[in-house]
Design a protein around this ligand. Sequence first.
Ligand code: B16
Ligand code: MG
Length: 214
Amino acid sequence: SIKACIFDLDGVIVDTAVYHYKAWKRLANSLGFDFTEEQNEKLKGVSRVRSLELILQWGGITKTAAEQEVLATEKNTWYVEMISHMKPDEILPGAKEFVQACRDAGIKTALGSASKNSMMILEKIGMVDLFDAIIDGNKVSKAKPDPEVFLKGAEAVGVAPADCVVFEDAIAGVEAAIAGGMKAVGIGSPEVLTEANLVISGLDKMSIEKLDEL
Ligand code: B16
Ligand code: MG
């Protein structure tokens, strides 16, 4: 039976993709090209450095490693300014309730996010204390679909991977969960998240009972 639930942040607990989009678009425009919402979709769950590489590629621009670091920092400064205004009402429907329900049922909870800004977001929305472990972009060296972030989460709460379920909105995140020997619940559409054991539209559709059916 399931002993731990591991949650991705962006796309599962909150929708920070809109802020990432605005900041990346501003950066692309400053470099003289545009950045679309379709392109932004492809950056979900993708690390900051990799996202920049892809954006520069789409814009047909080459930058040195040092220049890329400056650009990534610039984007992050704009992004952090936006998320510094986040409020608890930006928590996605049912997310806080389901994480709390897990705790009430004696199931461990962990965060497994690529974002180096995870802690700030959790503080702004008032959910820091709902997680037994928080594994974010500062604690991992290998990006999803590598299972590192989720394996560290499982280890931190002392639960075997086979007894963990991961909640993810990105294809790479679902792949990471499966690669780590865990169950995966996709948040989004079944046509996209084909490898997930179950796909739901949001955590408002999840329940402790459904965990037993995975
Ligand atoms: P940061 P997740 C991911 O969060 C986002 O989906 C992705 O768009 C972002 O580039 C990445 O975090 C890194 O974020 O720049 O804040 O470190 O879905 O893994 O919670
Ligand atoms: Mg995500």
